[in-house]
Design a protein around this ligand. Sequence first.
Ligand code: SAM
Length: 233
Amino acid sequence: MRIDVVTLFPAIFDSYLTQSLLHKAIVRGLVAIERHDLRAWAEDSPHHKVDDKPFGGGPGMLIQVEPTVACVREVETMHPTPARRILLTPQGKRFDQRLAEDLAGSDRLLLLCGRYEGFDQRVQDILEPEEISVGDFVLNGGEVAAMTIIDAVVRLLPGVLGDENSSRDDSFSRGNRLLEFPQYTRPREFEGHSVPEVLLSGDHAAIAAWRAEQTQLRTQARRQDLLGEEPNG
Ligand code: SAM
């Protein structure tokens, strides 16, 4: 997979791209992530200004349509694979595990990160991206939202996780769309809290049954809205 990220603050991704699972996935060639500084497409070249005041008044600035459209069109020509265009906005479709699985099936994503009061509406009208929100709250910019999407999508790519089953059992995932069961590691006992005996029994059938039951109980207690969902939908 290739992911192009259009942003005014490419350095925000510096540490994120050089750590842990994502870094390994990049080094192993499972994903390529390219950042593009929108200011490089500024018409006002000495100041690299890409924002202006909203018509009709109001606080804040908007990212202008000309540099954004020019940037996206040029970035798309940098690689032959057609890109799935995504614009991060709190007004978009809510991101969830199903959408992450859907995006993980794409060969190329192009993520447009907003700043200030967001983009001039004509960016959406002309480029017709999918608009995605990471939740009903407002961030300062789309970069953290883009990282959220990259993180959730890349871990689903074949070969990224050491054990493919670990993403199948994850909460909300294809296995059952419910919450994952509780997990424990050493020590067996800490401050009077013991690991459930069944997990120490070595009886794989009993462990699987306990985990299935815990998944149901936990989902019932915390997220009843997930019960009755189509597991593979
Ligand atoms: N004025 C905009 C509104 O009310 O819809 C919010 C602008 S926000 C301060 C700046 C940028 O952060 C947005 O253009 C978007 O790219 C990003 N952003 C903020 N909240 C987000 C969310 N929940 N999901 C995805 N992107 C978000």
